[in-house]
Design a protein around this ligand. Structure first.
Ligand code: AMP
Ligand code: GLY
Length: 429
């Protein structure tokens, strides 16, 4: 079997790791992959955005299944192009991926479908934004509607901050066209949760609940990043809550999309906030989360590949079940000094050999590459995900943190508190 995985981050390394574990004889290609995927998959020098080139590659190499990691190619229509060419691909069409590509679209869909989310208004000019912000008051959240690499949502404590955010989007065009439409919504207070669903467009299968850590600083302080770590499972997301999210959020969402003739086949990522225990949607993504995937997949029993194949072929997953190991996983992200701002690249990474031999550790690369001398060097802001496994989140976190300490590169930064909310919940004895 030949599989192509599109993308270059820790999420894609996790996907390749899982697929290779399930099907060791499969020939996997990573486009473009990273310094860590090379041991499991052949790197293809094509970026995720080079849709026509990727389709040519899939055709010429007779790829049996393509799996797409990042949102940009999905929103740009990679699935439509592959399908038109008769190629089997896992992911939503451009029409369905609009759920992530346009926050204005997503909010309107939620409203129609009765999915709980923050009250909002959509604006297209600064004058309109100012009126709305002054009327709603602070705190308030100002969001660029389009794709902004996770940086387009600004939580504003004061009206002045909100006006600045609106100005930067609508006048200064900080996010280009992605900020031409702006969603202004009420601030919701509560704990966040990522709940991902595999869906064939009708049936939704929940994956293990996880929690991301977006801010750069410990205790969730400082600017937001792509995600500094994640853990799974999350005890507050018990079966009852997962069922509730399925009934009130995931199913109404896929039904509303199907009604608009935009069947969603792929991974529906529900970014939730629990307001006094009630789940509200903060955002949808049309793909696996990064770094949530690095914490979820090591706990998954059964075949992900089979589910991918079914969904990609347009078959039903009604009969499918996913099993989960009764353990915990914590992924600590090692970042380059300066991230999420500017940072240096090309720093040599040293990984003690024994880390690779520990069955309770998985090293998932993100911003790494091999230099001409075959040394592993940094090539991005988020460099490596260190996944620790254990019987509790505390044990998994200790494992992850110890290994994160032992890996060396100049300017290495990581949060030492990944999973702290769950560890506090586990603490009282
Ligand atoms: P987003 O890009 O929409 O996922 O938002 C990024 C982060 O901003 C989220 O993870 C939340 O921490 C925060 N956020 C977004 N919308 C809201 C909201 N309505 N209320 C409170 N926090 C929010
Ligand atoms: N971890 C957040 C995301 O993947 O968008």
């Amino acid at each position: 079997m030949r599989i192509l995985v599109v993308g270059s981050g820790g999420r894609e390394h996790a996907l390749i790791w899982k697929l290779k574990a399930e099907r060791p004889e499969a020939q996997i290609y990573a486009a473009p992959g990273n310094g860590g995927t090379k041991t499991l998959a052949e790197s293809v020098p094509l970026k995720a955005e080079e849709i026509a080139g990727l389709a040519d590659f899939a055709e010429s190499r007779e790829i049996d299944l393509t799996v797409v990691g990042p949102e940009a190619p999905l929103v740009a229509g990679i699935v439509d192009v592959f399908q038109q060419r008769g190629l089997t691909i896992f992911g939503p069409s451009a029409a369905a991926a609009e759920l992530e590509g346009s926050k204005a679209f997503a909010k309107d869909l939620m409203k129609q479908a009765g999915v709980p989310t923050a009250a909002y208004q959509t604006v297209q000019s600064y004058d309109e934004a100012e009126r709305v912000i002054r009327k709603r008051g602070a705190p308030v959240v100002v969001k660029a509607s389009g794709l902004a690499a996770g940086k387009g949502s600004i939580v504003c404590r004061t009206i002045e901050d909100a006006l600045d955010a609106a100005r930067s989007m609508l006048i200064d065009r900080r996010f280009g066209n992605a900020g031409a439409t702006v969603v202004i919504e009420d601030f919701l207070e509560g704990e966040e949760l990522s709940l991902l669903f595999l869906t064939d467009g009708t049936v939704t299968l929940p994956l293990l609940p996880s929690q991301d850590h977006k801010p750069i600083g410990e205790g969730d302080t400082g600017p937001n990043t792509g995600g500094m770590g994640a853990y799974a499972p999350v005890s507050i997301a018990d079966t009852k809550l997962v069922d509730r999210v399925t009934e009130r959020i995931a199913l109404p969402t896929v039904r509303a999309l199907a009604k608009q003739e935009r069947p969603f086949r792929g991974v529906l990522y529900c970014g939730l906030i629990l307001v006094q225990g009630d789940p509200y949607v903060i955002e949808y993504n049309c793909r696996f989360g990064d770094p949530e995937t690095q914490a979820i997949l090591p706990l998954m029993g059964g075949s992900l590949l089979e589910l991918f194949e079914r969904v990609a072929r347009g078959d039903s997953i009604a009969a499918a079940r996913i099993t989960w190991t009764e353990r915990a996983a914590v992924c600590t992200v090692l970042a380059s000094a300066g991230y999420p701002g500017s940072y240096d690249k090309g720093k040599v990474i040293r990984i003690p050999k024994r880390l690779g031999e520990d069955p309770d550790l998985i090293l998932l690369h993100a911003g790494t590459r091999r230099d001409p001398e075959r040394r592993l060097v940094t090539s991005g802001g988020r460099v490596l995900g260190v996944v620790g496994l254990g019987e509790t989140v505390r044990a998994a976190a200790e494992k992850s943190r110890a290994a994160a300490t032992d890996i060396k590169f100049e300017g290495k930064y990581f949060r030492k508190d990944i999973g702290y909310r769950e560890i506090q919940r586990e603490a009282p004895r």
